[in-house]
Ligand binder design. Structure first.
Ligand code: NAD
Length: 320
């Protein structure tokens, strides 16, 4: 069996088109464009790339985008003041503070300070709690994107066994909550889980977010499963690349290692997944592309919800 490849690009492009249409409609009908404020502190190279992508995509889709880049020595109090200022500004709809933050800053307190209505990353405990109660909430972008992808590829979730490997606040835990909301039977596994392969072999839908190149192999998979690979790992070792890829893909990967020094691979062995699974997401080109698209979706949804509520409150005041 050769598995179907679930392309994230197709889905991400469709989500972005829908967001751009919504932005146009909101501007025509309501006279504003949703605004995303992105905050970056310091000079982390990966963060610079991620933030650059987010700003560029928001501009492409017609959103207003603000980029606040603060120096590495910014104090906790200074960052807190900026977040509070963004909370208070009515024209700001979404606030994203790029992680990781420098050591002197208390990340937890910063995330808790972001107004839950503007928390487009879905990390504020209020939104995490709402999600845990099965309510509608702004959900973290990567797992929310995976749900969109599964829906759009018509992969049934209701009643099926979904196993999530990894329990981070960014991916694993919210992924499990979202799958539960779709009526899947959900198991969460993590670094201390015993007999991992016995657990993952039960999965109709397997989501892996652990950060270990090619860790999930044929022995971990049920034949015919849907495999969602969230991992993003840099592999510089040609031997490992040979275990993960074959044919023309292997040639491509070896070339990339030679040119760039590394190639991007997921947490799942793609060669073995393609032989045993029914479908799987490639790395790159799978889940990674969905995250930014869902950030845009969350920003527009946050804008509509907050501004609608505010206008309802104002209307009510006007009629008293
Ligand atoms: P994390 O380090 O915060 O969490 C890793 C989780 O994996 C932990 O819960 C740990 O218990 C579990 N784990 C580690 N080794 C394990 C093992 N051998 N068996 C079972 N469980 C194990 O990582 P994270 O932030 O959740 O990210 C996971 C991966 O997903 C990384 O490769 C990261 O780069 C990637 N990621 C991708 C996107 C995206 O595509 N947009 C977004 C976020 C993270």
């Amino acid at each position: 069996m050769t598995a179907r490849i679930l392309s994230g690009k197709e889905i991400a492009d469709a989500i972005k088109r829908e967001v751009a249409d919504d932005v146009k409609r909101i501007e025509t009908e309501h006279g504003y464009r949703p605004c995303l404020a992105v905050v970056r502190v310091g000079e982390d190279a990966a963060s610079a790339v991620y933030v650059g992508n987010k700003v560029k995509t928001s501009e492409e889709l017609g959103l207003i985008s603000e980029h606040h880049h603060l120096p590495a020595e910014t104090s906790h109090a200074e960052l807190l003041r900026l977040v509070e200022d963004l909370n208070n500004r009515a024209e700001v709809d979404g606030i994203l503070v790029q992680l990781p933050l420098p050591r002197q800053i208390n990340e937890k307190e910063i995330l808790e300070t972001i107004d839950a209505e503007k928390d487009v990353d879905g990390f504020n405990p209020l939104n995490v709690g709402r999600l845990a109660q099965g309510q509608n909430a702004l959900a973290p972008c990567t797992p929310a994107g995976i749900i969109e992808m599964l829906k759009r590829f018509e992969i049934k979730m209701r009643g099926r066994h979904a196993v999530v490997v990894g329990r981070s606040n960014i991916v694993g835990r919210p992924m499990a909550q979202l799958l539960l909301k779709e009526d899947a039977t959900v198991t969460i596994a993590h670094r201390y889980s015993e007999k991992l392969a016995e657990i993952t072999r039960q999965a109709d839908i397997l989501v892996v977010a652990i950060g270990r190149a090619g860790f999930i192999r044929a022995e971990h998979l049920k034949a015919g499963a849907t495999v969602v690979d969230v991992g993003i790992n840099n592999v510089a070792d040609a031997e490992l690349a040979r275990e993960l890829f074959s044919g023309s893909e292997l040639e491509k990967r070896l070339n990339t290692i030679e040119k760039r020094g590394f190639t991007l691979v997921g947490d799942v062995n793609p060669r073995e997944a393609s032989e045993k699974a029914a479908d799987y997401t490639p790395v790159p080109g799978g889940v990674g592309l969905l995250t930014v698209a869902m950030l845009m979706r969350n920003t527009v949804d946050a804008a509509v919800k907050r501004r609608l509520r505010k206008s309802l409150v104002n209307d009510a005041r006007a009629t008293v």
